[in-house]
Design a protein around this ligand. Structure first.
Ligand code: GLY
Ligand code: MN
Ligand code: MN
Length: 405
């Protein structure tokens, strides 16, 4: 599948129309220093990629009804030698944007345009990532805002929701890329499942998953893989993956390949030996909730109502397992099932979306109920990826069986 310049130019056009913006200004992600003169691997800002297809850091996109241009970042000459030269012609071909200006000329043009208008649309950094997640937002966005704020009377309007609503409905080529990311993940996990008894540690699994992805044409992991034996699975985003595997423990894998910037997000829980009756019962409970959840996902359903229904189904299973007494006790429910059943999936693993919108054809979601009982060394999550169709949904990860053992 090909993401042509038409895909990106149509996305720009649709954003202009849906937001009714006069001028939209967005930044690529910047390169981040790891130490000294080395950087963390670069991953483009998903919104910027969706509108340009460009993988270079620190470019700025300007779109309006009369103008479309890119501003290059300043770049020291010696970087061509170390990092390779940037092929401007290729950027033009990929994005369908003819006008790519150097930093000085680009900002001159932009400043001139801004002087004539009262407001611009951009992405304002309102989310406090550090407070809730403990990490920093990419500084490129902040740098652009600082530059725009020099125009004191300019009103900055957040365009995040408009982009999210476009990205939320996947186009055919996007579904194809997602399907490839999912297939690569499923093929890799099948290969590993067939030899599961040969693995003695979590990290051996990570090594072979990584290799399986790369050999099949993926860029790598869409997110830090979670490979968790026994009680480690009770840490929802367990990432150290350095423990030995015990024969009687369950093994939870939550992994996804990234293909053409699109993310798979699949979880399986496997038993390496003969599972205990309790392990089987917890697995069956999760599977039952997931099967019921699939049936709920169809056009017109609101995300909130769906999650409430899954919570109710999960409460019944938790009571059945003897973990809770009162199926209306949300706090107890969330002790054993602390996350949501679904999120949108696409360019980002937790994809941009307007969660208030009712489900509609083309939306892609995960379905991932889980039960975690650290005191019993048990964590089970089963996660599949679906696309909403006209009448219901299609499971994109159906090629990978759930088989506990
Ligand atoms: N892998 C993170 C998630 O399932 O949401
Ligand atoms: Mn996952
Ligand atoms: Mn997920």
């Amino acid at each position: 599948m090909e993401f042509t310049s038409e895909f990106f130019s149509k996305n720009r056009q649709r954003l202009l129309e849906s937001s009714e913006a006069e001028l939209i200004i967005l930044s690529a992600n910047g390169l981040l220093q790891r130490s000294s003169d080395t950087t963390f691997p670069f991953r483009q800002d998903s919104n910027f990629w969706y509108l340009t297809g460009i993988e270079e850091p620190d470019y700025i996109l300007v779109i309006g009804s009369e103008v479309t241009f890119l501003i290059m970042p300043p770049r020291a000459e010696h970087r061509d030698l170390w990092d390779g030269a940037v092929d401007i012609k290729a950027l033009q071909t990929t994005s369908g944007i003819e006008e790519i200006l150097d930093h000085h000329a680009g900002w001159n043009k932009l400043d001139h345009l801004i002087k004539k208008i009262k407001k611009v649309h951009t992405i304002t950094p309102v989310e406090a990532y550090f407070d809730s997640f403990g990490f920093y937002a990419n500084p490129a966005r902040g740098a652009l805002l600082a530059a725009l704020k020099k125009h004191r009377s300019l009103e900055l309007i957040d365009i995040r929701k408009h982009i999210a609503r476009l990205r939320q409905i996947k186009q055919e080529v996007e579904i194809m890329a997602l399907q490839r990311a999912i297939d690569i993940t499923a093929e890799t996990l099948t290969e590993i499942r067939n030899n599961i008894e040969t693995y003695k540690t979590e990290y051996e699994l990570v090594a072979d998953i990584t290799s399986g992805y790369i050999r099949r044409g993926a860029a790598g992991h869409a997110y830090q893989p979670i490979v968790a034996g026994g009680g480690n699975a009770a840490t929802i985003h367990y990432m150290s993956c350095n423990a030995e595997l015990a024969d009687n423990d369950l093994l939870l894998l939550d992994v996804g390949a990234e293909f053409k910037n699109y993310s798979a997000d699949i979880s399986r829980t496997w038993s390496r030996g003969k599972p205990s009756a309790r392990q089987k019962a917890v697995f069956k409970a999760v599977e039952k909730v997931q099967q019921a959840a699939f049936k709920l996902l169809k056009p017109g359903v609101t995300f909130k109502a769906y999650e409430q229904q899954v919570d109710d189904l999960m409460a019944i299973e938790l009571k059945e397992l003897g973990l809770i007494n009162d199926i209306t006790d949300k706090k107890k429910l969330k002790k054993y099932y602390p996350h949501l059943a679904s999120h949108f999936l696409g360019l980002d693993t937790h994809d941009a979306a307007d969660y208030e919108l009712p489900l509609a054809p083309g939306m892609v979601l995960t379905v991932e109920p889980g039960i975690y009982i650290p005191e019993e060394n048990i964590g089970v999550r089963i996660e599949d990826n679906i696309v909403i169709t006209k009448t219901g949904n299609k499971i994109l990860s159906a090629a990978l069986p759930h088989n506990l053992f």
